[in-house]
Design a protein around this ligand. Structure first.
Ligand SMILES: Cc1cc2nc3c(=O)[nH]c(=O)nc-3n(C[C@H](O)[C@H](O)[C@H](O)COP(=O)(O)OP(=O)(O)OC[C@H]3O[C@@H](n4cnc5c(N)ncnc54)[C@H](O)[C@@H]3O)c2cc1C
Length: 400
């Protein structure tokens, strides 16, 4: 259905939710503009995955499922090792990888290529002020000249600038789960072949994974808030974040000193808290949120799959309502909230799994993975539990 009103839509953020939303908006006759703070498409991060018919059908309808499948990571083994790199347990291949697992950077490129013809992209810029009246949302940018859009969607992640501008004053929007993550590319001098190695000490896990197709490996670190106190960091200050990471892992052996030694050369360093965004409402007037900006879940919460499903539903509801944003935002939220709540609930136990806080819990985790190959029902149960939240939505059909 051709959109009747409110066709000019600004989206902030060009990672997953933003470009996916642009794709669906353009498909329904809207005119999307995407503003991204980074000067160019951001690479970096490690793998994200899609699982179950809801995620896969949205990607198939976008015509990008085959490309995503062609870029799968195909990790064969993920092995927990001791300080001397001797295997102590192994995660069965694919058990947490969903139906397709892809490097986040590859996914970002595929989404950008699929949208660039019908979307205006503004890189290296961001929204600094929003003022709404009957004529639309008057947007001030850091660099571009001010413009007026009919609607504005914040798809700008955990630290969403749009959320801060349009939802200021709402308490407890971001719940820090007490875990921190850092990811960056490193030369592969660990002899990896479609595999990952993980080394844990209480409260900290360091890992290095193959990054197929890149000629590189990816270092990944998880650590708990030291002493349970949230780490104070500036999410734009990479040098400060690297210092925090180096200090958290200063006393850890295995490949850690070597991996940390490569920090100065890392041009794709990613650091963040593992946090959830919890809002009483996902829209305010003509402004709405999509993806992590509105409802980040954290690892294991299907954030990437949810972002593409959200893009499909939000654009579809805007089209179905002929551009009437009040009706569309209400329906979007009603359809998606239970789905998001399940993902957030599932992700809350992430810290116990990613960085167990005692030697005993590390040993229990390792024992669990040693036994899993011999317990087919338990294996099936783990697979089922890690898939059921992703599939827990019936997607409506929207006329194109
Ligand atoms: C560099 C990076 C690496 C990641 N690595 C992983 C990973 O390895 N595994 C994993 O599971 N998840 C990872 N994630 C998170 C994952 O992409 C999201 O959880 C999920 O895909 C939902 O995506 P999103 O588009 O809602 O948010 P995000 O992926 O967080 O994207 C938000 C986008 O908005 C941009 N942005 C932020 N603030 C502004 C602003 N003020 N104005 C304009 N643009 C802004 C950011 O640069 C980013 O491109 C990563 C995210 C990023 C940005």
């Amino acid at each position: 259905m051709e959109a009747k009103q409110n066709r000019n839509i600004l989206i902030s953020g060009a990672s997953v939710a933003g470009p996916a939303l642009a794709w669906w908006l353009a498909r329904h006759g809207f005119r999307p503009t995407v503003v991204e703070r980074a000067p160019h498409l951001r690479g970096g991060g490690y793998a994200v995955d899609f699982r179950g018919p809801a995620h896969l059908s949205v990607l198939a309808q976008m015509g990008i499922l085959d490309q995503i499948s062609a870029h799968q990571t195909h990790l064969a083994a993920t092995t927990y090792v001791d300080e001397d790199s001797r295997p102590v347990a192994s995660m069965p291949a694919g058990i947490f990888a969903g139906d397709v697992e892809i490097l986040r950077g590859d996914l970002g490129r595929i989404l950008y290529e699929a949208t660039r013809d019908r979307t205006e992209y503004l890189f290296g810029d961001s929204v600094t002020a929003l003022r709404e009246d009957d004529g639309g949302v008057h947007v001030t940018f850091a660099r571009s000249a001010p413009r007026t859009f009919d609607l504005v969607i914040g798809a700008d992640g955990l630290h969403s600038g749009i959320r801060q501008l349009a939802f200021a004053g709402q308490p407890d929007q971001v719940a820090d789960l007490g875990l921190y993550v850092a990811i960056f590319g490193v030369p592969d001098r660990y002899g990896l072949d479609h595999e990952g190695l993980l080394y844990s000490v209480p409260g900290k896990t360091a890992a290095v994974f193959s990054a197929p197709g890149t000629g590189q490996a990816v270092a990944q670190f998880f650590f708990r808030a030291p002493g349970g106190r949230p780490v104070d960091f500036d999410y734009r200050d990479t040098a400060q974040q690297q210092k925090i990471l180096a200090s958290a892992f200063a006393d850890v052996g295995w490949h850690v000193p070597d991996l940390l030694g490569q920090l100065p050369a890392a041009d794709d360093f990613y650091f963040d808290s593992v946090s959830q965004v919890r809002l009483g409402r996902w829209s305010s007037g003509r402004v709405a949120l999509a993806g992590d900006a509105g409802y980040a879940a954290g690892p294991g919460g299907n954030g990437t799959g949810t972002a593409v499903v959200a893009a499909y539903v939000l654009a579809g509801e805007l089209a179905a309502a002929g551009g009437d944003y009040r009706t569309a935002y209400d329906r979007y939220e009603r359809r998606l909230r239970p789905y998001v709540a399940r993902g957030q609930k599932q992700a809350r136990g992430g810290a116990d799994f990613l960085a167990p806080d005692t030697a005993r819990k590390i040993a229990q985790r390792n024992r669990f993975f040693r036994l899993l190959p011999y317990l087919p029902p338990a294996r099936a149960l783990v697979k089922h539990l890690s898939t059921r939240t992703a599939t827990a939505i019936n997607l409506p059909q929207y006329a194109p």
